[in-house]
Design a protein around this ligand. Sequence first.
Ligand code: BGC
Length: 458
Amino acid sequence: MAMNMTSRVAALNPEVEQILKPFKLSREELMLVMRRMRKEMEMGLSRKGQKEASVRMLPTFVHYRPDGKEKGSFLALDLGGTNFRVLLVRFCPQTEGGMKHVNQSYSIPQEVMQGRGKQLFDHIVDCVAKFLSNQKITERLPLGFTFSFPCKQISLDQAILLNWTKGFSVPDCVGKDVVQLLREAIQRRQELDLEVVALANDTVGTMMSAAFQDPKCEIGLIVGTGTNACYMEQMKNIEKLDGDSGEMCINMEWGAFGQGEQHSLAEIVNEFDKLVDQQSLHPGKQIYEKMIGGKFLGAIVQNILLNLKEKGCIFRGIQTHTLEQENIIRTKFLSKIESDSGDLLHVKSILEELGLPCGIEDRVVVQAVCLAVSQRAAQLCGAGLAAVLERMRENRQMDLMKMTVGVEGSLYKLHPHFSQILKDTVKDLAAKCEVHFHLSEDSSAMGAALVAASTRAS
Ligand code: BGC
């Protein structure tokens, strides 16, 4: 379907095709991305290279993957996307699936996401208190905290925040131990008695949850608001850490790929990516994430449409001030626009909703722009994942490696083509890896409960 639409556009206007050209990556370009990712992984793990690597390769202190025998009840908190979530997770080996959970989402106002640390952590604890009271929970529960930002972990329950990403910016927390900040906020709320036992990145939580059901899962992948991956690495390959036996999960923080001195994505980044970066909350950072994550795809589309409008290729002769408003094209619109076929009536209704002209020519162009942007996102993500898989396969000296990837995130789950393009790219670039993608709801948060459970098992 994608091809048909693109050729319809070319038939309408070759200039559109020209503008979308930098989004059509060749196999060579994808292989270049894969090679560079592997190089940065190597640097990030080494003692000397770690300072220059944009991919930080952060140790998580998770050596263990679940075996399905976990027991007990845990609270899990999940901070990192658009909402903050609280879950009560009960592991019960006898029941189907091995666990039960209830959860509740709470919104985080923008002024809290970009305010002071005390305000943010008090808000979190306030939501936890509401949850406990709604669920009538009075027992003292161990708590696992899914915190989806780069942290230098010193142990499972010590995590120094390195920087904020996505829509968060709370400067006074940077350089501080976020577990401690949470404990202090709990103490301020005197009626609460909770024991924070572990912090985990969302990728780690996702890998742990998938591994709970499928022991072959050794990779966690997030493609939602932001993007990132983690995987199990042999200790002997983590040069920057002492100790040679066993393995540890590494939080790659691959969203930062392409930032800084290495310029690993220099050949791929185009004028629209640069614009989106400049307009973002953290300019110059998270370059790969800004080409893949749901928070940014709408902004890329919007910048392309503005450019097409300026060139007179779309919305001809009509004032379109709405197109200049910040964040007007949401990623959920992309999903809807790209699922459409025939007369593109969904596209029409979205353009109407946005107050934009919606003639058939405009609809076709808008759809082609969305397709190009999300196709590149899925391919780039696939190239990164292929790098991880190939590294693991070569380290294990296997001719064929079977691997399960635990995956979570709205883009993977809800977008009509993203997951398929990602899978096709991985199949092409890592042909010696047989990959099964394990998608599960709420997995990143439940995984923090599993990490918490691991502290009880040992
Ligand atoms: C964060 C990662 C996180 C990813 C997905 C990125 O912006 O730096 O820690 O895993 O988003 O949520």
